[in-house]
Design a binder for this molecule. Structure first.
Ligand code: NAD
Length: 264
């Protein structure tokens, strides 16, 4: 049995994870972490024996094999700082998106004492698509093919563009041998002028209950190539994250990615 602590247990993803863990037979949730603590039947309703605040989570984390985090960027930042000592020799799976550079650096540092896996998207399809996007970036002439990335998510999503859209953009940029930062553009409005060659542009749609849709368009003068992925249900991401948690439990300290889990 793999023992888990789930940060963001009351959320959409936290509850998808709890549902799958309960039905799995080999995953046990020792505790949830969220803003509002709970115990007894109030916690059981969310699929765990207790819900604790971030500041009080160290004890539960030291009893777990893997800490799984789907919360918010500020919570992840605080979690990585506060839980680092408790995580020594254990494993951390992060699915939270919109992380800032300081948090990324803390995750790198944590990777020296714990097994750390961060992924903006846990679906097999998107991870395969990242490789395809990089390949197309490498083979299609930058001056001849403009890249536009369009994503759509439910009305509750708070960061834009999505972490997956940025990962797809980074993959195309890597194929082109350039860094995304210099070429990135988010949306367009007003007198934008003509589109510069090499720009990689992002467009975010928000509304309704969309679990997640991503399109990468390579727009040539006389042809268009489109990569498209649609998540039909967020249990897809929860299944992938728990697959990663099983894989990561007991691994040596280091930074890992879904590429390693999926053998891509
Ligand atoms: P949500 O808002 O439904 O849930 C987030 C939960 O975290 C809430 O219960 C909230 O109370 C809790 N939380 C937030 N800040 C906290 C804090 N400071 N202390 C304690 N608890 C805190 O969001 P969601 O739809 O479940 O998504 C969560 C994150 O996962 C987002 O960043 C989203 O982009 C990401 N996500 C990633 C993937 C993936 O495959 N990597 C898939 C879906 C969502």
């Amino acid at each position: 049995v793999t023992d888990l602590v789930i940060c963001g247990i009351r959320g959409r993803m936290g509850q998808a994870l709890a549902g799958i863990a309960a039905a799995s037979g080999d995953l046990r949730i020792l505790a949830g972490i969220d803003r509002e603590p709970a115990e007894g039947s109030a916690a059981e309703a969310f699929g765990c024996p207790e819900i604790v605040r971030l500041e009080e989570a160290a004890d539960a984390i030291t009893r777990a094999d893997v800490l799984v985090d789907f919360s918010s960027a500020p919570a992840t930042r605080e979690l990585v700082r506060a839980a680092a000592p408790a995580l020594k020799g254990r494993a951390l799976v992060v699915g939270t998106t919109g992380l800032d550079a300081a948090t990324e650096q803390s995750l790198d540092a944590l990777g020296r004492s714990a097994a750390v896996l961060v992924a903006a998207n846990f679906s097999i399809g998107v991870n395969v698509l990242l490789g395809v996007a990089e390949r197309l970036g490498a083979v299609l002439d930058t001056a001849a093919y403009d890249v536009e990335i369009v994503e759509a998510h439910h009305r509750g999503k708070t960061d834009a563009p999505s972490g997956t859209a940025l990962a797809l953009g980074r993959a195309v940029a890597a194929g082109r041998g350039v860094a995304l930062d210099k070429l990135r553009r988010d949306g367009r409005s007003g007198d934008t002028g003509a589109r510069p060659a090499g720009q990689i542009a992002f467009h975010a749609l928000r509304g309704g209950g969309i679990a997640g849709e991503h399109r990468v368009l390579f727009l040539g003068g006389s042809e268009t190539i489109e990569l498209r992925h649609e998540a039909l249900d967020r249990t897809l991401f929860a299944e992938g994250a728990l697959h990663a948690a099983r894989w990561l439990a007991g691994r040596a300290p280091g930074r890992y990615g879904m590429k390693d889990v999926l053998g891509l």
